[in-house]
Design a protein. Structure first.
Length: 158
């Protein structure tokens, strides 16, 4: 079965991010959360994603996971803490960076994240093995550091 261009894009983005909602949104599909889940139920979609996974291999998957940890957003984890009573569909939250969730006896919630610096170190090791492919990573890292510096300078001026 031949996939539509948008479904092929969904497969490519899902392969890259392992996030159905983000993949559906980037592919230009309406109602990304619902549509992404529905697409993952399709045999043809699952088969195409498996093909993509086999083509790239484990190293690419590891690099992708490390990048999500190093550069990912903690927005959904913060939303879980701030509005834990009203979270209706916890499966829709992107908690990839979360290593542990606890409820202390005193109440509240404690969330621990994977170590971003350790993920960056691992990515740097991959980069040393293949310096040409790591160049965009280092540029992104440099750009992020510059933005953080500029933000700090502005905050100090205020």
């Amino acid at each position: 079965m031949k996939l539509s261009p948008k479904h092929e894009l969904f497969c490519l983005y899902y392969h890259a991010t392992r996030n159905h909602k983000e993949a559906a949104a980037r592919a230009g599909l309406l109602l990304p959360d619902r549509t992404g889940l529905k697409l993952l139920e399709s045999e043809a979609i699952r088969k195409r994603i498996e093909e993509l996974d086999e083509q790239k291999g484990f190293k690419q998957e590891a690099i992708r996971g490390l990048k999500r940890i190093a550069f990912g957003s903690i927005t959904d984890a913060v939303r879980l803490i701030l509005d834990e009573e009203n979270i209706e569909d916890i499966d829709s939250l992107d908690l990839y960076m979360v290593s542990e969730i606890k409820r202390p006896k005193g109440g509240g919630m404690e969330i621990k994240f994977y170590d971003r610096l350790k993920a960056l170190e691992c990515l740097a090791q991959y980069g040393e093995q293949d310096a040409d492919s790591a160049l965009p990573f280092y540029r992104a890292l440099e750009s992020s550091a510059q933005k953080l510096y500029n933000r700090q300078v502005r905050a100090d001026e205020d």
